[in-house]
Design a protein around this ligand. Structure first.
Ligand code: AMP
Ligand code: TRP
Length: 332
């Protein structure tokens, strides 16, 4: 059975983008993989996080994942900072990765923005930590949204350079698992920007905790163009906002763009948006109520994370110790 690893930052409430690009696929992979899922709080602090909020959001993210259907009995769910192997291997990888490689990372450029001098050094080496997350478990399959493709290529470059430099076949190649037509869900306000939990405008995204009225309002206000929907996918070319909404509908109803347009082609956005809101509420409200149920007893979430940390440490500890021995650290 192949080993899966993936992570999500507790930097806000999970969005529809996280759900369709990642969380939903994490759940599906549980059937035929050994899965390790991680709330990556070390990654979150690469940008400022209020301490009390970070702790609460870490627990809330875990509750959302449990509500989506992550099974902590058969798989592993834990918080990154509770397993020291991640930071130990990340340091080694800081010394394996090259400045030139990190300089090419588009996410750093996006997140650092104009004032790059003021970005944390952690944000710069963020991809090295992500590579360590995966390689600490010898995981080979990594389900992510489309935006993480470049980071996974880097993780392979790092693993292969380690193997080459130390003359070993220690870290396996990893394969990105990018599933579905909604691997890149865009902002509701701007079809050229990805939907993000850290976008300053709450109107730009659907949160997994939004109630039915909020969802309906956000969908109604979502940016569109003036044309009716086309009859075929080719007609979505050059219409990013329409493409995004149709893609969301298709993903949630387990069909494709053509399937949705067969039903809605020729119709205006008013009726399509009503149908989309209804579908979103039907799919998301059970997740929201299940999340609330977990959070009504925070101790139950913490217990899951504690047990997950024990299981994760038992897998990653020996692998990272071996990496340290290969590097030449004295093992006493
Ligand atoms: P993050 O929120 O950056 O921690 O991302 C967690 C996971 O959600 C990663 O696999 C991302 O690729 C995925 N993800 C985040 N935003 C989106 C989006 N707008 N569309 C699709 N996937 C996304
Ligand atoms: N960088 C990922 C994101 O923001 C989150 C992440 C951290 C991750 N470590 C990981 C994803 C390891 C997959 C595997 O989306």
């Amino acid at each position: 059975m192949q080993r899966v690893f993936s992570g999500i930052q507790p930097s806000g409430i999970p969005t529809l983008g996280n759900y369709l690009g990642a969380m939903r696929n994490w759940v599906a992979l549980q059937h035929d993989h050994e899965c390790i899922y991680c709330v990556v709080d070390l990654h979150a602090i690469t940008q400022w996080q209020d301490p009390a909020q970070l702790a609460a959001q870490t627990r809330e993210m875990a509750a959302s994942l449990l509500a989506c259907g992550i099974d902590p009995q058969r798989h592993i769910l834990f918080a990154q900072s509770t397993v020291p192997a991640h930071a130990r291997l990340a340091w080694i990888f800081n010394c394996v990765a090259r400045l030139g490689w990190l300089n090419r990372m588009t996410q750093f450029k996006d997140k650092a923005g104009k004032d790059r001098e003021a970005a944390s050094t952690g944000l710069y080496v963020y991809p090295n930590l992500m590579a360590a997350d995966i390689h600490a478990y010898h995981a080979t399959r990594v389900p992510v949204g489309d935006d993480q493709r470049q980071h996974l290529e880097l993780a392979n470059d790092i693993g292969q350079k380690f193997n080459h430099d130390y003359g070993v076949e220690f870290f396996p190649l990893i394969e990105p698992v990018i599933m579905g037509i909604a691997a890149r869900v865009m902002s509701l306000r701007d079809g050229s920007k990805k939907m993000s939990k850290s976008d300053p405008s709450d109107q730009s995204r659907i949160n997994l905790t939004d109630d039915a009225d909020t969802i309906a309002l956000k969908v109604r206000r979502a940016k569109t163009d003036a044309e009716p929907l086309p009859g075929e996918p080719a007609g979505l070319e050059g219409r990013p906002e329409a493409r995004n909404l149709v893609g969301i509908y298709a993903a949630l109803s387990d069909t494709d763009l053509a399937g949705v347009l067969a039903d809605f082609g020729g119709k205006g956005f008013v009726s399509f948006k009503d149908a989309l809101s209804e579908l979103l509420v039907a799919k998301l409200s059970p997740i929201a109520s299940e999340t609330r149920r977990w959070l009504a007893d925070p101790g139950s979430v913490d217990a899951v994370l504690r047990e997950g940390a024990g299981k994760a440490a038992a897998l990653a500890g020996p692998i990272v110790s071996e990496a340290e021995r290969l590097v030449g650290f004295l093992k006493i």
